[in-house]
Design a protein around this ligand. Structure first.
Ligand SMILES: C[C@](O)(CO)[C@H](O)COP(=O)(O)OP(=O)(O)OC[C@H]1O[C@@H](n2ccc(N)nc2=O)[C@H](O)[C@@H]1O
Ligand SMILES: Nc1ncnc2c1ncn2[C@@H]1O[C@H](COP(=O)(O)OP(=O)(O)OP(=O)(O)O)[C@@H](O)[C@H]1O
Length: 279
């Protein structure tokens, strides 16, 4: 049986840091939405597990690839040894704050579950996803959600309908380094606050109010990568895009609902840009 699975990216509409946990992770609250920028995963019959990648030559093919990690976790949990040829068509920039690897991992778990007769419940899929990374549980369902804790606690909402301008500056950021070089931040904020500040203006289409409320505390990181991202935000301001935000731990920057922008201003710069939609 052949399966073709779209693996969408996400943006973080906001991210607040509440403090540092004993396990070394940061306590956070973040609002995520999947967008129509996809990798594609092909699952084809094979006599063994194999991974082929198109569109990117830098990604590992072995056990450090999140797709292989997902396959191994599936085998440990179910006792089923996946014999599939997986082809990854990579379109999502890596280390860009778009969760590409996390999305691949989550969608691989779902695809294997489908291929082998659904041995895992939805809850078990979420539990397994948690072991693969903080963003992976979100991609089991996708759409619009508030995540908190390390990022594994989730509250989902009906997906919203909005346009995004996404800028990728041709460099990547290390998530670990961005967090490591983050100043001590202790936000007093709750899931209810995130609902009031982000979810309700988003769902009601109050984009001016939403733009005023967008925050990403990881922009305060001392990492060189984030400093380069902040320069991109300044350049966008000079082009008339007043409100933009770094997604996740960077390097992408996005702006909401910039429909009437003269795109010529964005051309021939040191980035690529795409007009995308929330999905
Ligand atoms: C930046 C976000 O993408 C926002 O959605 C996530 O917080 C990062 O999630 P992720 O890419 O899955 O990150 P992980 O692979 O879980 O962790 C990478 C590293 O980021 C740091 N990390 C990650 C998540 C978190 N809540 N606190 C952290 O301090 C840890 O040093 C960790 O070792
Ligand atoms: N299938 C994969 N796709 C992308 N990255 C992968 C994959 N497997 C392992 N990785 C590793 O994961 C890291 C980045 O993953 P990813 O692209 O999810 O980060 P990101 O876009 O910065 O997302 P975020 O920071 O929001 O979690 C890189 O170090 C990359 O080498």
């Amino acid at each position: 049986m052949k399966l073709i699975i779209p693996s969408p990216a996400k943006i973080n509409l906001s991210l607040w840091i509440k403090g540092k946990r004993k396990d070394g992770y940061h306590e956070l609250i973040t609002v995520m939405h999947t967008i129509n920028l996809y990798d594609v995963l092909y699952f084809l019959p094979s006599d063994r597990l194999e991974l082929h990648i198109e569109g990117n030559q830098t990604l590992p093919l072995g056990s450090s690839n999140l797709i292989i990690k997902a396959c191994r976790l599936f085998r440990e949990k179910t006792g089923i040894n996946p014999k599939v040829k997986i082809k990854l068509e990579k379109n999502i920039p890596i280390g860009a704050g778009l969760g590409g690897g996390s999305s691949n991992a989550a969608n691989t778990l779902k695809a294997l579950n489908t291929l082998y007769g659904n041995p895992l419940s939805k809850e078990e899929l979420f539990e397994l996803a948690e072991n693969l990374g903080s963003d992976v549980p979100f991609f089991i369902r996708g759409g619009l959600a508030i995540a908190w804790g390390r990022g594994e606690k989730l509250k989902f909402y009906s997906p919203a309908n909005f346009k995004i301008l996404l800028i990728y500056p041709y460099f990547s950021c290390s998530t670990a380094e961005v967090y490591q070089k983050l100043l001590q931040i202790k936000r007093e904020i709750s899931v209810e606050d995130a609902e009031r500040l982000i979810i309700s203006p988003l769902i009601n289409g109050n984009f001016e109010e939403l733009k005023e409320n967008l925050v990403n505390d990881l922009e305060k990181s001392e990492s060189d990568c984030v400093k380069k991202v902040l320069k991109i935000k300044e350049e966008l301001k000079e082009l008339g895009i007043e409100k933009s935000l770094m997604s996740g731990s960077g390097s992408c920057v996005f702006s909401i609902d910039t429909g009437d922008l003269n795109t010529d201003l964005l051309k021939n710069k040191h980035w690529w840009f795409k007009f995308l939609s929330a999905i």
